[in-house]
Write a protein that binds this ligand. Structure first.
Ligand code: ADP
Length: 796
């Protein structure tokens, strides 16, 4: 027989609300849990009666009362009402009993089932049990035991030597041991896993002070959190335990979620740290769970956080393509839905990598895709177990919550990272350039400056600019400011303008002015109103200076060119006048010498005659020189027309000039197919005459062979006159084109050294150039070009 105190202790300390009612609904007793559940004191319960805390109009309730009066017992989930007005689902089990005096009373066990979903099964068991237990309702011991058995929480009684006296059904279920085999056994011996309890049980309070002890503890062997209460009575200890894993986990989870969100919100927090922390804590809540998060980038998977997996295993997936059959994660990212692999070894999704999983010791893997608000897969959330396992309902709930939280923090972080990286890029650009970068909010008129351009270029610190209104404009050169302001205002006002730019003088910290080039991109709102300008100011003082220098140099050069041109003209005029005017006295010298010779022929000796010969010869040469010089000066002053010249015909005429010489020397002249050009015909004639003349003149013993060719090119015609003569040393290639430059003595080869200078001048005048290729002893080839564009001609 159980001592009444045990009954009392059980009644008072039950974690379920218990009531004893009279037939008319008046409350006789309400226990502590009832007080906690509804918020009324026992006195208030007694005073107010049933309708205060139960919705008596609830059809379920009416049905239950009817059931009870018919069969002596009833069960229902009805609506409870707390003192604060809150309604909640209340599972009640009610039995009619008789007390010692024979008065009919009703016992009610009430349970707040607002936290429970899908507990029908439990309710059914409860119903069965209460049906069973109420069969012997006159027996109060049985009643008590049955009541104890009917409750869903574990309850057992031990004597003061820890021998088990009573073990209820719930305890049988939770601890997986039958009462029959436990009665009379030592609880610590039977349940070595419960030894942890000894640390928590305050034996002194329990035994000496005869006071109850309550605590919450995790029982690894049963994978549950339980609230445990131990109540001492004279001889026994009643232990009441309730599986609070769900409630406890939910609270912890909520707390954790708050912490993680806070952590994530901290600007300096690292997403990797946050993830690792969160996953570790989840693993704490659900013992045995191994959590990891993967990132998906460009359709490939990378490990992101896996605090309890080996590096080798966690990074094994790095770079794997998302796809059907690519493990739990690759598949869930691909299907965009959760993938539950209960048994890795026998699941086709893992066939490729099951050895790696075996090496890691993981046997189950569930993966959830993490999808952002733009419906893109950011990553996956994967849970591993070291045993074959499907998720329980509760685990699924937790994971669903965790998945949602991960999606929030990841999306938030990723978008923050994106902003940060673009800001960083902006800063980098600001650093990389020497320009002063600015960002002007037109509406607030605030300017944000980045980089160190402002200081490097102009000597100002950010604070200088920050602390002074109108900082910038106040430093623009007063002569430039009005134009600057007008141009800026006009550009900003014109919605078609995307950029504003200007050049002006800006006063540096040291007081000197820098020339700056300023350019900004204009951001406009949908009405075309400028709201922001982002730009860069560049110091172009150096460029300006070199521009000025260049301008000056150009001017000087032009002046020199003008002077030179003037002096050339003068020179040519002088040469013309000189050669022209010198002819007359020269003719006089020659003719008087000849007269002298004739008249005094008989009186002069041989020596005198030779002197006269020298003088005449000198005068002849001088005449030739003068003629050539005259020719040379004429190239500049000749105003001859530009006409169409068929160079084939021209060359025939030139050939005619040399006919006698060709015959004498047995020379050959080969003329190719030549083009028709536009040029000064007389000058072209002279050009070919000089070149062919030289080719015939500077010959070796062999009979001379001259080849003339010409071809049309994109912008000019190129001609060549090739001979098989004595050739020229490369060091003279330039020199021979200079006036009076000769390589030979007059006795060797006659000449004045003007021929090629005339050629050069003619070619110059036709916008072309002349050069020679030659090897001494092997002949020379003179090339020249004539421009196709008359604009290039420098003929007067
Ligand atoms: P000139 O023939 O009156 O001396 P040019 O100005 O025509 O004067 O020639 C300058 C010099 O170039 C010549 O003295 C000669 O040494 C060299 N020269 C010109 N044409 C040829 C050539 N076809 N072969 C070899 N040397 C040449």
């Amino acid at each position: 027989m159980i001592h009444p105190l045990v009954y009392e202790s059980f009644f008072e300390n039950s974690l379920n609300a218990l009531f004893i009612l009279k037939d008319d609904g008046t409350i006789v007793r309400a226990n502590r849990s009832a007080v906690e559940m509804f918020g009324y004191t026992e006195g208030e319960f007694k005073q107010l009666g049933r309708p205060a805390f139960i919705d008596t109009t609830d059809p379920e309730f009416i049905e239950m009362i009817a059931q009870r009066s018919a069969r002596g017992k009833g069960r229902a989930v009805i609506t409870g009402i707390r003192k604060n007005g809150e309604k909640f689902p209340l599972e009640i089990s009610s039995v009619v009993i008789k007390d010692e005096t024979g008065e009919e009373l009703t016992s009610v066990i009430a349970k707040d089932v607002s936290q429970q979903v899908g507990q029908e099964q439990k309710l059914k068991v409860l119903l069965d049990q209460s049906q069973k237990l109420h069969q012997k309702e006159e027996d109060s011991r049985m009643l008590l035991e049955s009541v104890l058995d009917s409750i869903t929480d574990g309850f057992f009684i031990v004597d003061r030597n820890w021998k088990i006296l009573f073990w209820n059904k719930a305890a049988e279920n939770i601890m997986r041991r039958k009462e029959a085999e436990l009665i009379g056994k030592d609880v610590w011996e039977e349940f070595p896993d419960l030894k942890v309890l000894q640390e928590h049980i305050d034996f002194k309070t329990l035994f000496e002070k005869n006071q109850s002890v309550r605590f919450r503890e995790y029982f690894p062997a049963y994978r549950i959190w339980a609230d445990v209460s131990a109540y001492p009575s004279e001889k026994n200890i009643s232990v009441y335990f309730k599986d609070v894993t769900e409630v406890k986990n939910l609270r912890t989870l909520e707390q954790l979620e708050r912490e993680v969100l806070e952590m994530n919100a901290r600007p300096d927090s690292d997403i990797g740290d946050t993830l690792n922390f969160y996953l570790r804590q989840l693993q704490e809540i659900h013992k045995g769970m191994i959590c990891s998060v993967q990132r998906i980038r460009n359709n490939k998977i990378y490990n992101w956080a896996a605090p309890s997996l080996s590096d080798r295993f966690a990074t094994m997936i790095d770079g794997c393509e998302v796809g059907e059959g690519a493990g739990s994660c690759g598949t869930s990212a691909f299907r965009r839905e959760k993938v539950i692999v209960v048994d890795i070894e026998n699941d086709p999704l893992w066939s490729q990598v099951k050895e790696a999983a075996a090496a890691e010791g993981v046997k189950a893997c569930w993966s959830f895709p993490l999808i952002d608000s733009r419906n893109e897969v950011m990553g996956t959330f994967a849970i591993y177990y070291k045993r074959i396992k499907a998720p329980t309902k509760e685990e699924e709930n937790t994971l669903e919550r965790a998945k949602n939280l991960l999606m929030i923090i990841l999306e938030n972080r990723l978008s923050m990272e994106a902003v940060q990286s673009s800001n960083q890029n902006y800063d980098m650009v600001a650093k990389a350039t020497n320009d002063a970068i600015w960002d002007w909010n037109v509406e607030t008129d605030h300017v944000n400056r980045t980089g160190n351009g402002l200081e490097v270029l102009f000597g100002y610190k950010f604070e200088d600019a920050e602390n002074e209104d109108n900082f910038w404009n106040a430093r623009i050169h007063p002569e430039d400011l009005p134009r600057f302001l007008k141009k800026q205002a006009d550009t900003i006002r014109d919605p078609s303008k995307l950029y504003w730019e200007d050049e002006y003088r800006f006063r540096k910290k040291d007081g000197t002015y820098a020339y700056v080039f300023d350019k900004g991109y204009i951001i406009r709102d949908k009405n075309g109103k400028a709201v922001r300008l982002i730009g860069a100011t560049r110091d172009i003082s150096e460029r300006k200076e070199s521009e000025a220098l260049l301008l000056e140099l150009n001017n000087r050069l032009k002046q020199r060119a003008d002077e030179l041109a003037a002096s050339n003209v003068e020179l040519e005029r002088f040469a013309y006048i000189a050669s022209h005017d010198m002819q007359e006295p020269l003719r006089m010298i020659t003719s008087f010498l000849q007269l002298f010779k004739k008249k005094y022929e008989d009186h002069i000796d041989e020596t005198a005659e030779q002197y006269i010969h020298f003088a005449v010869d000198g005068a002849d040469r001088m005449k030739k020189l003068i003629m050539d010089l005259l020719e040379y000066s004429r190239v500049g002053s000749n105003k001859g027309d530009i006409t169409e010249v068929d160079t084939n015909e021209l060359l025939k005429e030139v050939e005619n000039v040399f006919l006698t010489r060709i015959e004498e020397m047995k020379a050959t002249i080969v003329i190719g197919d030549l083009p028709v050009i536009r040029a000064n015909r007389t000058q072209m004639f002279q050009l070919f005459q000089n070149l062919i003349g030289n080719a015939l003149k500077y010959h070796t013993g062999e009979s001379p062979r001259v080849e003339v060719e010409g071809k049309e090119e994109a912008n000019h015609f190129t001609f060549s006159v090739r001979d098989n003569g004595i050739g020229i040393k490369p060091i003279f290639f330039e020199k021979i084109f200079v006036l009076f430059q000769r390589l030979h003595h007059k006795n060797e080869y006659s000449g004045t050294g003007i021929g090629l200078a005339i050629c050069k001048k003619i070619v110059d005048k036709h916008g072309g150039r002349i050069w020679v290729e030659s090897e001494p002893g092997k002949g020379s080839c003179f090339y020249f070009t004539i421009s196709k564009s008359v604009d290039d001609y420098r003929l007067p």
